[in-house]
Design a binder for this molecule. Structure first.
Ligand code: KG4
Ligand code: ZN
Length: 345
């Protein structure tokens, strides 16, 4: 069984074909980075137009990379939210149209849920597991009981982890997107040069906060007179984020009360090697398995959407073609009535 997955909720147009035996036959990702570079952030209207321009090319390429004809696809999964609504509409409509034309099932996928289970593409990880989802749009820790059963135990009260990387990089003019730029520059910086605050790290809470840290970086940046100073500030910022993540993971492990045997990391920020290695060490110290997907499955990609399609199809969870694209769609929201058990029209 082959499922085509389509992702278009932010600034990547992606299509992928994944089999029920976890084989990723193709995963084509067209990144819009160059189109948003000038603005230092994603411009929703530009993103939507670009998705529209690229979607058919990306889907055709995914089929050709997989050496499959559209007639060999068993179902189409499409991101229906949360995300920038223009892009979500493009991808969801494209996915629904293929499903309708081929008379195959359509599966509406929640982008965050897809990140949450992306680890299962490459790892045989059993439920429940503890998930740290660290992306540009989301920053939360939850217990994953099943593909659609999540218990959120901590979330950001302001910015996401990815946003904090992006905003600090923009402030220091060191490149876009901010996460990879800061990680690269930090290698040449002194992480002890600037002491920075770790918001919400003296509380018994699993919640995150990043705006105070961002403000502290802005104030510290006024003292930067050279490129070396900027590199030192980046390194200090990244080290502080690593410390925050480490503290929050320990809190979450305590809260999970031995219900879990594994910790999974996901989202674009999970690509950060310093964060990965610090969290891996904590898991080792707690005798917990640590699973982080390969970086190509951490950042936005069609494979995680296709894989969620496989998992849902295996549980008979097919969506109505009238399923609406959603800018907001929380993990714990009850969408059972709108989503399950309906026949393809
Ligand atoms: O999951 P993702 O690709 O898109 C969303 O769903 O948001 O995450 C994008 C975010 C951006 O904020 C980007 O700066 C961050 O992930 N990111 C990183 C790294 N690579 C991407 N943050 C820190 N270190 C990285 N290496
Ligand atoms: Zn994402």
């Amino acid at each position: 069984m082959y499922v085509l997955g389509i992702e278009s909720s932010c600034d990547e147009t992606s299509a992928s074909i994944v089999s029920d035996s976890k084989k990723v036959l193709s995963n084509v990702v067209y990144s819009q980075i160059n189109e948003h570079l000038f603005f230092g952030g994603v411009v929703p209207e530009i993103a939507a137009r670009s998705h529209l321009e690229k979607i058919d090319i990306v889907v055709r390429e995914a089929l050709s990379d997989a050496s499959l004809d559209i007639s060999e696809i068993s179902a189409v999964a499409g991101t229906c939210g949360p995300g920038l609504i223009g892009g979500v509409i493009v991808g969801a409509t494209f996915a629904k149209t293929i499903a309708m034309a081929r008379n195959i099932p359509f599966i509406a996928v929640n982008h965050i849920e897809a990140h949450a289970i992306s680890v299962r593409i490459t790892e045989d990880i059993e439920f429940p597991y503890l998930l740290m989802l660290l992306s540009g749009g989301h920053c939360q820790t939850c217990l994953v009981y099943d593909i659609d059963n999540f218990q959120i135990i901590g979330r950001t009260v302001d910015d996401s982890a990815g946003e904090s990387f992006d905003k600090v990089a923009k402030l220091l003019s060191i490149g876009y997107p901010g996460g990879p730029a800061i990680e690269k520059v930090s290698l040449q910086g002194n992480e002890k040069a600037f002491p920075l605050p770790r918001p919400l790290c003296n509380k018994e809470s699993c919640n995150f906060s990043f705006t105070g840290l961002k403000t502290a970086v802005r104030i510290a940046s006024e003292k930067c007179n050279s490129m070396q100073d900027k590199m030192d500030l980046c390194a200090s910022f990244q080290k502080t984020v690593v410390e925050i993540m480490s503290y929050k993971l320990k809190q979450a492990i305590d809260v999970s009360c031995k219900r879990i045997k594994a910790v999974a990391l996901s989202g674009g920020v999970a690509a950060n090697q310093a964060i990965r290695s610090a969290l891996r060490d904590i898991c080792e110290n707690h005798s917990l398995r640590f699973c982080a997907p390969p970086i190509k499955f951490c950042t936005d990609n069609g494979a995680m959407i296709a894989w969620m399609g496989v998992e849902k199809l295996q549980r008979g969870q097919i969506s109505d073609l009238r399923f609406p694209p959603r800018p907001r769609w929380n993990l714990q929201e009850d969408f059972m009535n709108a989503n399950y058990g309906l026949e393809v029209m």
